[in-house]
Design a binder for this molecule. Structure first.
Ligand code: CA
Length: 729
């Protein structure tokens, strides 16, 4: 009798969690065949882009246009992190795998959210100074009972998918250079493919590597820019070397890093990836003769088995704008001019949407999907941009798109049913101005760009600053027709830097936003069908899976990343101290997040300082050049990194030691003695104290007066913004 009950109970468990044993539908773990035919397993999400074509299109349709309004939180998982969360989770045979900041991994029960195991690679916190764009991670890969992780400090680690135990670990980058990994690895035919980032720092030369997925030995490596090693003699590299001029780029490493997603075509056996900006950004400091600088800012195709070069298409020759081509590449078959074409598509940072033949790299079409003024257009035959002039004039120039990109790493999605690509787009013109001299220091940005050019006057009223900035930046979700190269529909959003996109066979588009909403749109016309307000912003892309017969939609909530760190007053995150969560939704979900407790902050006692206008102006310039990329523009932090206006008295006392000697480097605040003198640090300190005094005065003003000012500033902000744009046009 008891045995009978046990058998029945066991059967019930097996039926309700069909893949709980870690085996797939065919009774096999994730292998090449399952990855190659991912579209035939709609309930799973086995790769960050769902399948090798990276469409982020799910065949699931249980949640549809009619019932999506019943969507609710089924469960959630607290990451404890207050920085950017960028991962797309995987769901494999009942388990969900996702990552946190600092390259930490979690395996959760995909039905209940119960934590099965976690793994922390213990990334040294000082490595955070090498991460241009926050200590983020975009996810893992799964294959043959293993989970593959790239760590911020450049290791590639294989974990046992059942226990989280590390099986092997290899170092993929030199440890004396500021390389980082934030991308999810991909597994293709038993090889783990991984690149790296760092082209904002000196000494970084981009490459992509393939490691044996069983034991981690290096199978092949492809450098994206020329260099001294024997491989440089390959004809393709000899030709690439002819596209560089001067010597400045060699100290800088050349850049061209492969820091984001890649796609794979099994029929052609080609992998496709985009490369980052050449280094430094300032083109004439790097490239006096204005040559193309291959293979930076390019889309490149390699043979997946050997890493041998097959073709490239350079989106931005002689890039001077930080127009990395790292945005996700989507493979599709489109009918162009009555002919079926195998294409690769990208919504590039430079604002143009490209359709290329993925067999040959031939340019098929391209058109701007956002406002842009850096190019007069594309050559209709070659796709080469007709550049409207270099941006580094002495006075500077307002250019669109900015280094934020018309589109950045937040993945777009393609729905074959609507024929539309859904692009999370940014609008944020940027003032490009050359920096006279820039120090070569491994833990500091090395761009040749005056990052302080746009800084606000030290004494500006914070409310006016917000009004002007809000006038200048925004976001859009654009549904783009890649055949006609035109907009299908678009939704305006109050902030740039919104989340990646998921689309489904039920005609839905899911996206999280910078201002803390998770939204479902109608894929056909952009109609808002459902949304939930959240205490934190979203930059990650959602995914969907079925377990126990129930479709779920999952997304990481946690605003941050590059714009998240630097945005300052432009940030729309509602509760700055609210931690990041994995949110998992299903129809009739009833869970609710812990209520937010907004912490009220006040500025503690400030040291008295005597600083002249020149010292304050110098402090303003130096802060916005060296500190703002992490602590926020104009001394306003939008993330969990300390807002320096609110420093404790003890921090004020130790300010110079912290900034120059790096006494907090174990917590990620490295020393700046190699780039800042004692006097310069004092100027920055004086600037911060002044900004704190102004903020304190603003916080103490009566509410009615603040509201009146917000109204008046709203009236004059467009004019101020226009004047600013005219001054630098
Ligand atoms: Ca870049």
């Amino acid at each position: 009798m008891r045995i009978g009950i046990l058998i029945v109970a066991g059967l019930a468990v097996m039926l309700s969690t069909p893949f709980a044993s870690g085996r797939g539908e065919a009774g096999t773990p994730v292998d090449d065949q399952r990855l190659l035919h991912a579209e035939s397993e709609p309930d799973q999400w086995m790769m960050v882009g769902r399948d090798y074509s990276e469409k982020r299109f799910s065949p699931l349709a249980q949640i549809n246009r009619e019932n999506v309004r019943r969507l609710g939180l089924a469960w959630f998982f607290a990451t404890g992190s207050r920085r950017g969360l960028e991962a797309t989770p995987l769901v494999v045979d009942g388990n969900l795998y996702t990552t946190n900041t600092w390259s930490r991994v979690y395996a959760l029960d995909a039905a209940s959210g119960e934590l099965l195991w976690s793994y922390d690679p213990q990334v040294p916190r000082r490595w955070g100074a090498y991460a241009c764009c926050d200590v983020v991670n975009r996810g893992v890969a799964a294959w043959q009972g293993k989970i593959y992780l790239g760590t911020l400090d450049g290791r590639l680690i294989a974990l046992d998918a059942a226990t989280g135990r590390p099986l092997w670990s290899v170092l993929t980058v030199p440890q004396d250079r500021p390389y980082t990994i934030t991308a999810a690895p991909r597994v293709v035919h038993g090889k783990v493919i991984i690149g790296n980032g760092g082209a904002e720092y000196p000494g970084v030369r981009g490459y992509i590597s393939a490691y044996d997925a069983n034991d981690g030995h290096l199978v092949w490596r492809f450098y994206t820019v020329p260099g001294p090693e024997p491989g440089a003699q390959a004809p393709v590299m000899v030709n690439a070397a002819r596209t560089w001029s001067g010597l400045g780029w060699q100290a800088a490493g050349g850049g061209g890093t492969v820091w984001s997603d890649l796609a794979y075509d099994p029929e052609l056996n080609l992998i496709y990836f985009g490369t980052g900006n050449p280094s430094p950004w300032n083109s004439r400091a790097r490239n006096p003769d204005g040559k193309d600088n291959l293979f930076t800012a390019s889309i490149v195709a390699l043979d997946a088995d050997t890493g041998v070069y097959r073709w490239h298409f350079q989106t931005t020759p002689d890039d001077a704008w930080d127009y990395d081509a790292g945005q996700n590449l989507v493979l599709a078959d489109l009918d162009l001019n009555a002919k079926r074409r195998r294409v690769v598509m990208q919504a590039n940072k430079n604002g143009f949407f490209y359709v290329l033949d993925r067999e040959t790299g031939q340019f098929l079409s391209g058109r701007a999907f956002v406002d842009q003024n850096w190019a007069k257009g594309l050559d209709p035959k070659t796709g080469r941009p007709i550049v409207a002039g270099l941006p580094y004039a002495a006075n500077g120039k307002f250019v669109s798109p900015s280094p934020l990109g018309g589109h950045n790493w937040q993945p777009m999605a393609f729905n074959p049913q609507t024929g539309l690509v859904y692009i999370p787009a940014n609008e944020a013109p940027f003032l490009y101005q050359a920096e006279g001299s820039f120090p070569l220091s491994p833990s500091h940005w090395y761009t040749g760009l005056n990052l302080a050019a746009e800084s606000a006057p030290t004494g500006i009223d914070p409310l006016l600053l917000r009004a002007v900035i809000e006038r200048g930046v925004a976001g859009q979700l654009i549904a783009w027709d890649p055949i006609e190269q035109k907009t299908g529909w678009r939704v305006r959003q109050p902030s740039p830097w919104n989340g990646g996109v998921l689309t489904t066979a039920a005609g839905l588009v899911f996206q999280g936003t910078a201002d803390g909403r998770f939204v479902a749109y109608d894929a056909q016309d952009g109609k808002l069908l459902w949304q939930q307000h959240l205490p934190n912003g979203i930059i990650a892309a959602p995914m969907t899976y079925t377990i126990g017969g129930r479709q779920h939609v999952a997304v990481m909530m946690g605003w941050g990343g590059s714009f998240g760190l630097a945005a300052g007053e432009a940030a729309k995150v509602k509760e700055r101290d609210y931690a990041g969560y994995l949110l998992v939704y299903a129809l009739d979900g009833r869970a609710s997040l812990p209520s937010s407790r907004p912490t009220s902050r006040s500025i503690p006692g400030l040291p008295k300082i005597v600083a002249g206008n020149q010292a304050l102006a110098d402090g303003n310039r130096l802060y916005n050049q060296h500190c703002a990329v992490c602590h926020g523009a104009n001394a306003i932090s939008s993330s969990a990194l300390p807002d320096l206006r609110y420093m404790a008295p003890e921090t004020h006392r130790r300010f110079e030691q912290i900034v120059r000697s790096g006494t907090l480097s174990k917590r990620g605040m490295v020393g700046f003695a190699d780039v800042l003198s004692t006097e310069e640090v004092q100027d920055i300190h004086a600037y911060l104290i002044k900004r704190a005094e102004i903020t304190r005065a603003a916080e103490r003003q009566p509410r009615w007066w603040a509201q009146t000012k917000v109204f008046l500033y709203g009236l004059i902000a467009p004019l101020l913004y226009r004047l600013q744009a005219l001054r630098f046009s």
